[in-house]
Design a protein around this ligand. Structure first.
Ligand code: FAD
Ligand code: PHB
Length: 392
C-alpha cells in the first residue's frame, strides 16, 4: 500500500489530522490498533476550546456540537466549601468553552471519514516504523496472520503516550521532560442532572473534586484519589459521600445521586517530548505531550498541534515549501509549554499534595483568595482556560 502521509493512531490527533490533510488533497492512511467502538467509547475529555470547535466547523463536522454542545461562559472555583464565580465572557471579551465529550467528537470525525472515504485500518497489531531517517519511510503491521506494509513520504505518530512512534526515535535523540503527580483522578459518569449549570473546581482539605457534565441529564464527576487506589475500593456510595463533602455545602443539596455506569482512575502527569520531528517522523498530541486534566487542555492541544502540522504539509505538497515542516516543533512547543504551565499551576493550586504542610496550605488559600478578588488574576485564569489564540 502507498500513502503520502501515514498516520499512527485514530484518536483525536490522528483523525483531526486525517481530515485536514484529506481536505488539502493529500492521501492519508490511518492505522489504529484498537477497534472503532473502543476509540468512540473512551470517556476522556469534556471541554473544548473555541479553537477546537472552530476546527470542527472548518472541517464541516460542526453541526452536532453547535446543536448539542453546552456553551459555558464561566466556571466556579470553591475553597473549603466557599464558592466564587469566574466570568469568562466578561473577562475575555466574549470567550467561552464548549462542554462536549471526546467520544462525541470521535463519532463526528469518524462518520465524516466514512462519507469522505478516508481510509482507517482498525485492529492493526504490531505496528513498526522503519526508514524514518531516510527518504522512504514505511509502516508495517499485522492483521490476523497477514503482514502488511504501507510506503509513505512521512509518518505522523498520533498514537498517544504509550504508542510506538515516540519509542521509534533513538533514545539518545529524545529530549523529554516529565513530572508525575503523587495522586490520580477517579471519574464517574452517571445519568443524573449536574449539581450546577457550570463546572465546579473544588479545593478541599480532603482533596480536589470536579463537577462536570456531558448533558443536562448526565453528570461527569471526579475526585482526587491516591495513585494506587483501585476502582473496586470505591463503591458509588463512597464516591457520592466524598464528592458531597468536597464540593461544598452550597452545592451538596443539589447533588442527585445515581448509579455510575463508568468508573475509572487516571494517573496525573506532565510530560513534554521536544523531539517532535525526527527525520520523516512527526509527533502530535499525547504522543508528544501529556498535561494533567485539571486545565482541560489535552485534546485541545492535540487539535492545535495538527492545525499547525496540517498547514505545513499543505505548503509542502502544494508549493514544495518545507519551512512549515521545519518550524513545526518550534510553533507547536510554544503553545504546548504554555498549556503545560497552566495545567501544572491549576493542579498545584487545587490539589492536596502528600508533602503539604500548614504553610503550603496557606499559600494555596491565599492565592485562591487573591484570585477571588483580583480582576487581573481572574483574567489570566480565564484567558488560559478558554484557550490562547493560535500563535499567541
Ligand atoms: P489518544 O486519544 O491517546 O489516541 C491515540 C490512539 O492511538 C488511540 O486510539 C490508541 O489506541 C492508538 N494507538 C496507540 N498505540 C498504537 C500503536 N502502537 N499502533 C496503532 N495505534 C496505536 N483533554 C481536553 O482537552 N479536555 C478535557 O476536558 C480533558 N479531560 C480529560 C479527562 C481525563 C480523565 C483524561 C484521562 C484525559 C482528559 N483529556 C482532556 C485529555 C485527552 O483525552 C487527550 O489529551 C486526548 O485523547 C489526546 O488525543 P490523542 O489523539 O493525542 O491521543
Ligand atoms: C470532563 O468533563 O471530563 C472534564 C472537565 C474539565 C476538566 C477535565 C475533565 O478539567
Amino acid at each position: 500500500m502507498r500513502a503520502q502521509v501515514g498516520i499512527i493512531g485514530a484518536g483525536p490527533a490522528g483523525m483531526f489530522l486525517a481530515h485536514l490533510l484529506h481536505a488539502a488533497g493529500i492521501k492519508v492512511v490511518v492505522l489504529e490498533q484498537r477497534d472503532r467502538a473502543y476509540v468512540e467509547g473512551r470517556v476522556r475529555a469534556g471541554v473544548l476550546e473555541q479553537t477546537t470547535v472552530q476546527l470542527m466547523h472548518r472541517l464541516g463536522i460542526g453541526a452536532r456540537v453547535a446543536r448539542e454542545g453546552l456553551v459555558h461562559a464561566g466556571t466556579t472555583l470553591c475553597v473549603d466549601g466557599e464558592p466564587f464565580h469566574v466570568d469568562f465572557a466578561d473577562l475575555t471579551d466574549g470567550g467561552a468553552v464548549t462542554v462536549y465529550g471526546q467520544s462525541e467528537v470521535m463519532k463526528d470525525l469518524n462518520l465524516a471519514a466514512d462519507d469522505r472515504g478516508i481510509r482507517i485500518i482498525y485492529g492493526a497489531a504490531n505496528v513498526t516504523l522503519d526508514g524514518l531517517d531516510g527518504d522512504h519511510p514505511a509502516v508495517s503491521w499485522t492483521k490476523g496472520k497477514t503482514m502488511r506494509r504501507l510506503a509513505c513520504d512521512f509518518v505522523v505518530g498520533c498514537d498517544g503516550y504509550h504508542g510506538v512512534s515516540r519509542a521509534s526515535i533513538p533514545a539518545d535523540q529524545l529530549k523529554t521532560f516529565e513530572r508525575v503527580y503523587p495522586f490520580g483522578w477517579l471519574g464517574i459518569l452517571a445519568d443524573v442532572p449536574p449539581c450546577n449549570h457550570e463546572l465546579i473546581y473544588a479545593n478541599h482539605q480532603r482533596g480536589f473534586a470536579l463537577a462536570s457534565m456531558r448533558s443536562p441529564t448526565r453528570s461527569r464527576c471526579y475526585l482526587q484519589c491516591a495513585a494506587d487506589d483501585r476502582v473496586d475500593e470505591w463503591s458509588d456510595e463512597r464516591f457520592w459521600d466524598e464528592f458531597s463533602e468536597r464540593i461544598g455545602a452550597s452545592f451538596t443539596a443539589r447533588i442527585v445521586r445515581g448509579p455510575s455506569f463508568e468508573k475509572s482512575i487516571a494517573p496525573l502527569r506532565s510530560f513534554v517530548c521536544e523531539t517532535m520531528r525526527w527525520g520523516r517522523l512527526f509527533l502530535a498530541g499525547d504522543a508528544a505531550h501529556i498535561v494533567p486534566p485539571t486545565g482541560a487542555k489535552g485534546m485541545n492541544l492535540a487539535a492545535a498541534d495538527v492545525i499547525v502540522l496540517g498547514e505545513a504539509f499543505a505548503a509542502w505538497y502544494g508549493a514544495g515549501d518545507s519551512s512549515g515542516l521545519e518550524d513545526y516543533p518550534r510553533r507547536a512547543l510554544d503553545r504546548i509549554w504554555k498549556a503545560e504551565r497552566f495545567s501544572w499551576w491549576l493542579t498545584n493550586l487545587t490539589h492536596r499534595f502528600p508533602h503539604m504542610d500548614v504553610f503550603d496550605r496557606h499559600m494555596q488559600i491565599a492565592e485562591l483568595s487573591y484570585l477571588k478578588r483580583s480582576r487581573a488574576a481572574q483574567t489570566a485564569f480565564a484567558e488560559n482556560y478558554v484557550g490562547l489564540p493560535l500563535d499567541f
